[in-house]
Design a protein around this ligand. Sequence first.
Ligand SMILES: Nc1ncnc2c1ncn2[C@@H]1O[C@H](COP(=O)(O)OP(=O)(O)O)[C@@H](O)[C@H]1O
Ligand SMILES: [Mg+2]
Length: 366
Amino acid sequence: MPKPQIESRKLKIAVIFGGRSTEHRVSCVSASCIIKNLDKTKYDIVAVGITYQGDWLPYSGPASNIPGDKWVEEAYRENDFTPAAGHNSLDLALAVIQQCDCIFPVLHGYNGEDGTVQGLFELLGIPYVGCGVFASACGMDKAFAKVQFGKAGLPQVDYIVAYKDVAERDPGAYVREVEARFGFPCFVKPAGCGSSVGVGKAMSAEELPAALSESLKYDKKALIEPYVECREIECGVIGNSDPSAFSPGEVRSTVTYFYDYDSKYVDGMNECIIPAAVPPEALERIKALAVKAFKAIDGAGLSRVDFFYKPDGTVLLNEINTLPGFTEQSMYPKLAISDGVSYSELLDRLIALAFERHDADKRCFR
Ligand SMILES: Nc1ncnc2c1ncn2[C@@H]1O[C@H](COP(=O)(O)OP(=O)(O)O)[C@@H](O)[C@H]1O
Ligand SMILES: [Mg+2]
């Protein structure tokens, strides 16, 4: 007798996007691409947007309205919610999210990529895509990530951690430290931002205080590094306890002296060369370093690990992004595609990894 067909239920995936960070804009573009590419025969999608003001709003309109925040007005209407009413819209969203099998946080930066929202998902007990609380928090804080990378013996750029209160009290303090350690030009960046927000170059001692105060608008801590003349290579990592790396790609900005926000997210302003045009041996070296960096912060699911490739072939780790961009132009999905993993298949894998990690973690509880 033929076995009765058991129809497997579609998985309900909560795609959360937007957020209060400086990377809200790119998160919206990433989310619309993810929604477009999630296999609708396998998944029912529940979209939840977070406005710049921090309202969490379930949104059932077209994904094409997510970029450029065209979803916001519709979502307020749909939920019969007005910002002035003083409700807590997180309650509204959580009621919807709790009905889902898995969460895909398509959030970058502050509150989305830094462990905050991951802690909420842990409390809800729902599997979620990507790194857990610690890895997210560590990856987001460039100063603490450097500590972990240093302990793991990873080659990286020298650095000084600059604190806002010290810089305000004694603006010359870091000028003296830079002169003693590595000199000029140097690079200054907020510890907890992404997408080149607040990043600047100081050519001389005179320029450092202004560059530093610009970075310190975005965080109370900034990193000062010697300027590295280099090409930029990015490597995608996927997996949980046994991660692997896709072949790395190179980013070339066609507009400015460094890879900044607009050249990253405004169409046609950067070029991705995949695989990176470096010797095969260097590609392998970078892949191994990327996996090591991922493990150094206890990564899970995915990360994009970014490197500097110097003219003499030296590779230095720059940073890890635990929730990299997912737009059509973004390096992470492009790297997967170049290695034969389609965008949709990549999403399937990331969702499967979320369940795998959730199951493994559950064993820790009685
Ligand atoms: N030490 C450095 N030397 C030269 N360029 C740098 C240095 N640090 C950062 N940059 C440039 O600034 C960009 C942004 O810095 P990054 O550390 O990647 O921060 P973000 O999190 O904002 O992407 C890099 O992609 C690179 O182009
Ligand atoms: Mg970067």
